[in-house]
Design a binder for this molecule. Structure first.
Ligand code: ATP
Length: 220
């Protein structure tokens, strides 16, 4: 069962904000989009629940747009630091439950955290980290950092191990890597206990340290 929709206010509809707003709306959430620029607002008018032209530096305008009733306000204004900081304060003042904000650098990150943003995003740094991980281990399709040096990765089964059984790879003994299971299309084939027979292009979900995961990939 999918979770009930939530409500979001996205403030600043540049590339970053409009992408988040459209995706949240596509997932079935209630999304208010706010921008000072008319073109940015009309581009999203048919794709989100409610698109408003407003200056987010103006607390009353945010209140009127309904930001205070949203579960989450995302401040996605980029270059104008003052507008970004004021919007964060205003979103808090009008009562948005949770605030996420985009920062342009580490100092800005600190300011937004101190102002009460629950999560501060540095998009370029986050994408850079992601790209480096994938470049470091090209067989890895996607990864999730557990924040303690461990990663869960989605590893496409290459020809070298197609036709082998999962347990025969001896991932734990040879590489200190744990296998969480294998997916084929939308089917979960099981983990080592079920010992599925691997097919090229199956998705192998692995848990391990970055270099251990890379050593496994390099051994193939
Ligand atoms: P992106 O990379 O997401 O395109 P950016 O980091 O270049 O964005 P800007 O283009 O400066 O950031 O800002 C994003 C959006 O925020 C723009 O569409 C801009 O019109 C809008 N914006 C800027 N100031 C305000 C404001 N005071 N109130 C509402 N929207 C604003």
């Amino acid at each position: 069962m999918s979770p009930p929709p939530r409500s979001f206010a996205v403030i600043g509809l540049g590339t970053f904000g409009s992408t988040v707003a459209k995706e949240l709306a596509r997932f079935g959430n209630y999304v208010i989009g706010i921008d000072i620029n008319e073109r940015a607002v009309s581009a999203l008018a048919d794709l989100i629940s409610y698109a408003v032209i407003a200056d987010a530096r103006d607390e009353a305008a945010l209140r009127e747009a309904g930001v205070g009733d949203c579960d989450v306000a995302l401040i996605a204004i980029g270059e104008d630091l003052e507008a970004n900081v004021l919007s964060t304060i205003n979103a808090k003042m009008v009562g948005a439950e949770t605030i996420w904000a985009k920062a342009i650098n580490r100092t800005h990150h600190r300011i937004l955290s101190k102002l009460g943003a629950e999560r501060v995003i540095l998009p370029e740094e986050e994408v850079g980290l992601h790209v480096a991980q994938v470049l470091h281990n090209p067989r890895m399709r996607n990864y999730l950092s557990m924040g303690n040096g461990f990663h869960v990765v989605n590893f496409l089964v290459p020809e070298e191990i197609g036709g082998k059984r999962l347990a025969d790879l001896k991932l734990k003994e040879r590489f200190r890597v744990r296998s969480l299971g294998v997916m084929r299309g939308t089917d979960f084939l099981g983990s080592e206990a079920e010992n599925p027979l691997l097919k090229v292009e199956d998705k192998l979900m692995l848990l391990g340290r970055r270099n251990d995961l890379r050593d496994f990939a390099a051994s193939l």
